[in-house]
Design a protein around this ligand. Sequence first.
Ligand SMILES: *Cc1c(COP(=O)(O)O)cnc(C)c1O
Length: 244
Amino acid sequence: MSRRDEIRQGLQQVNDRIERAAGDAGRDPAELTLVVITKYFPASDVALLAELGVGHVGENKDQEAATKVAELDPAVRDALTVHFVGQLQTNKARSVARYADVVHSVDRPRLARALDKAVANAVQAGERAGDLNLLLQIDLEQKERAGRGGVLPEDLPALVESVTAAERLRLRGVMAVAPPALDADGTRAAFDRLMECSRQVREEVPDAGWVSAGMSGDLELAVAAGATHLRVGSAILGSRPTSR
Ligand SMILES: *Cc1c(COP(=O)(O)O)cnc(C)c1O
């Protein structure tokens, strides 16, 4: 099978799962945005995804993302919304501001301030057109922090305040990765905590209604909980060379 057919098949399977999950949850599939996570896969796969009608792709490492986006044909790049979903160091803000349309992983005021400044500089330098959309990553672990990133729910109000004070950042909602090794009930409970954080954010910013949750293994549970953005990699592109 050609790579194009492989990807077409994976995409078809995932879109079928999303439609079924939306139907089961009584939701309109049109409310759901599929973000295909292309980490570890080459720019040629991103181009195939765009050809097959995908409008949103995501990456989780700055250096890999910067290189890959630069390799895309400009028409392909312009047709895509590029999401950054990985943990982000403050010193990478300037780079991410050059190519990202949405950042899902803002979890501390210092990072928000660095991104705000980086976006202003990138706009001034003609490297990007406008404001950066962002989501606040919530830590859904209940025990010790596993270091996967995210703001603890109790620290969320201060983070919302720092983002709404920024000039170049547009707060769109929240994001989370379900803690690993949970059964379905544990994952449901974690996504419910995320939805509670989403409600808190919407009290301050009513149109910040995006909820980014759900990956290859748990997208049905995320749709049932109320996710709007699904981040799916391996179910579409195949297993990655190594997992992280
Ligand atoms: C890799 C990744 C995904 C996609 O994971 P799959 O299990 O391959 O679907 C989603 N979100 C984040 C933050 C990721 O790093």
